[in-house]
Design a protein around this ligand. Structure first.
Ligand SMILES: [Zn+2]
Length: 229
């Protein structure tokens, strides 16, 4: 019931991935962690889901129009060998199965089940729990910001994707609610503040640790480590 309510509410997501991110997602060339974050947004957003479906159809049509290339036995052996490899994260169809079924883990998080996660306190207002995805390059974590709490001003030594799951936050560029997707590239400084009336839960995918820019928190920078994998 709760899940249905969220999905309906979130068809009104106002902040979406740029087309290049949707294209990379449709082509399967995004990293696993980033792709999971985009998939979570698609579960909230019919508009982006339809765009991805169209892009996949275009991609399939282009692929079919290519002339076949002969391949040797060695390549076939390598492909068959890979079929036996263990997938790093088990994706099970979500209840609302569509073109982009949400991974079981995300469905659980989006339904508000955070009971068995271990939270690490970063500041008074911010707690983080990294989640293992098997992606060697990107950290995939859940952020909890207390109602009214601010994440100190920081930039990103790399990129950051954020998806709001509960509550919401605002920064100098706007206000973000459940289902909203925010992308920040390296060196963009911001200081998100959770809405005053509700704790905020977000997914965040980063490929380098945050870097606090204010004097009060800069001492922490050398201790911030990426928890990818
Ligand atoms: Zn969207």
């Amino acid at each position: 019931m709760k899940q249905e309510h969220r999905v309906k509410e979130n068809t009104m997501a106002k902040h979406h991935p740029e087309l290049d991110i949707l294209m990379e997602h449709a082509a399967g060339s995004l990293s696993l962690a980033q792709s999971a974050c985009v998939s979570a947004h698609l579960n909230y957003c019919d508009c982006c889901s339809q765009t991805v479906q169209r892009l996949q159809a275009v991609g399939a049509a282009m692929f079919e129009s290519l002339d076949p290339e002969p391949v040797g036995d060695a390549l076939l052996d390598r492909v068959l060998a890979r079929l036996d490899e263990e997938p790093p994260l088990s994706y099970q169809p979500a209840q609302r199965s569509g073109q982009d079924a949400t991974p079981a883990l995300l469905s659980r998080l989006m339904a508000g089940d955070f009971s068995d996660l271990v939270w690490k306190k970063v500041t008074e207002a911010l707690r983080i729990t990294p989640i293992r995805t098997g992606d060697p390059q990107f950290e995939f974590s859940l952020l909890h910001i207390k109602a009214g709490g601010e994440i100190p001003p920081h930039d990103h030594r790399g990129s950051e994707m954020t998806l709001v799951l509960q509550g919401g936050f605002s920064d100098d560029r706007g206000s973000y609610h459940p289902g909203d997707f925010i992308y920040r590239s390296a060196n963009e400084v911001h200081a998100p503040r959770a809405f005053a009336d509700e704790d905020c839960l977000c997914l965040a995918v980063i490929d380098a640790p945050l870097r606090f820019t204010g004097w009060k928190y800069r001492w922490m920078n050398p201790f911030l480590r990426l928890q990818a994998g």
